[in-house]
Design a protein around this ligand. Sequence first.
Ligand code: ADP
Ligand code: MG
Length: 623
Amino acid sequence: MSTIQLLPDLLINQIAAGEVIERPASALKELMENSLDADATEIDVQLEGGGIQLLRVRDNGRGIAPNELALALQRHATSKISSLDDLQRVASMGFRGEALASMAAVAQITLISRHVSATHAWKIETSDGVQSTAAPATHPQGTSVEMRELYFNTPARRKFLKTENTEFAYCEETFKRIALSRPDVAFSLQHRGKQVWKLPAIHGEDALQKRITAILGTEFSQGAVTIESNVAGTHPTARLSLSGMATLPAYSRASRDSQYLFLNGRFIRDKVIAHAIRQSYQDILHHQRHPAFVLFLEMPPEQVDVNVHPAKSEVRFRESQAVHQFIFHTLQQALAAPTAGGGDLKTAPAASAFSSPKLAQPSPFMQQPMRLYNAAQPVAFYIAPSWGDVMFGNSKNNSSSTQQQNAALTDPVFANFTDAAPQGDNETGVPPLGLALAQLGGIYILAQNQHGLVVVDIHAAHERIVYEKLKLALDEHHIPSQPLLIPVTFHADTLDIASAEEEHATLTTLGFDIAPLSPTTLAVRAMPAMLKQSQAEAAARDVLHELREFGATRALTERRNEMLSTLACHAAVRANQSLSITEMNHILREMERTERSGQCNHGRPTWFQVTITELDTMFMRGK
Ligand code: ADP
Ligand code: MG
């Protein structure tokens, strides 16, 4: 055993560097943040060899005073905080004063800076942690920091670096994050002498949207809702705001890329927020799909500790529950509008967006292409009497002649029609989703509205309607129940019987009355009125399963929507169930009233619009 010794500075810094400077991208982050802290309006990044060989960040910020240049490279040297008080209110990006010192311990650094008040620039170099003395240099106002040969003196660390291309990809991601957070600053990125990004500074109201579009592409912004929500109050936790853009379910992605979250301007990863975001989508997004978003959360700095992680990418909230609730509700509301689909749709109040003037023009509401006709499965065609009367002069259900007509629908042009959000009620009084014409294949409602043909997936739409109703009912404390004239009995195991007895109160809240009849039999005596009585046993089994698996508390909180969604399935109209025109119109009207009715509980679309213009094109009319 050796005796206890103080570690030499270089070694201390090398140890620290492992935390702060994991790879070129982490150095890039620190340098760009320093530039922003110095109020730069232009930041240029130059990389060679993925940032391992060379990483240079040049800014036009305030600069460093000549007599402070040497200090900047010292550990725990910072101009940003000087007391614990400062630490709790810190709004700048850096404050630990270890970035430059860490870099100097593991790479060769050249620091050139000209302070606003200096007559010329000064330069300092380090090699192996040893600093040169400051020498005059030429540089316009601002600072350039150059880092060469990262980890040249710690080969073990260097081995952990990936290929230059991969390291470059990390650097580019870091660059994009920072560029997203500051549309008012001009950024450029070069790699191996080639310009990769050139982003001019943008000012004005929609600066953020423009920067987002520049970085994530028009495809993202067209499929996203703009979020703008402020909570103002006297209590400090009430001063929260969320802004940015988030994709609609139809524009979700197969991977988690393009998820950007900023807290007070700083990119972070946070479990609480990630959970809140997921939850706000869970209802409308297939579980294998991921939303894309760029979100900015602002809150008083003293409400959050950003100093829990060396790279400051993780945070700790004082009131994490309040933050969770706020994000969840804000996003959920923004996504809830029944036809939330416009590219520029501002966070619409959840109520009827059909009559919202913002939707008064067709929006790029693209849903997954949906086949109307499957050649392998002949389609039954129920013609509604009223429509049949008009079309065929009273001859009813002329279904034999429809086979041929349907064959025409296999034309590929059908596979990629796009859909437009409906307009509000017009002078003619036709409701947004139109009036039912017929039922197709026992699966779809065909309706006519102002724009042309509306096709609704009956099961998907009905499931969503019932689901939303169940949620509302539960919000108001219990789901309306209906006694069964003849109780439905079924065989159950001890655990099911035990949970039926123990969770009687919860079951009542959910609209069920389930009682043991014998040690192996349960009887459903009442069930939610919205569900189909033929589904009594299946629904009861599902609820009991949920209760025994997760317990009453979780079933009614975090699992609540999942459970209600399962229940809604037991209510929904099944395929091949023949509906009358009145029933179909009823479903259409319910859809217009229902939040999120544009997607089914699993995130698939519930309806499509085929406009007359699209039909005209298909038939080459007027050509
Ligand atoms: P921190 O940012 O945590 O203070 P750093 O090691 O990153 O620590 O930087 C140390 C100090 O050097 C900063 O506090 C700042 O005063 C100065 N500095 C670093 N980079 C710049 C820059 N680009 N422009 C002006 N000052 C800078
Ligand atoms: Mg810093």
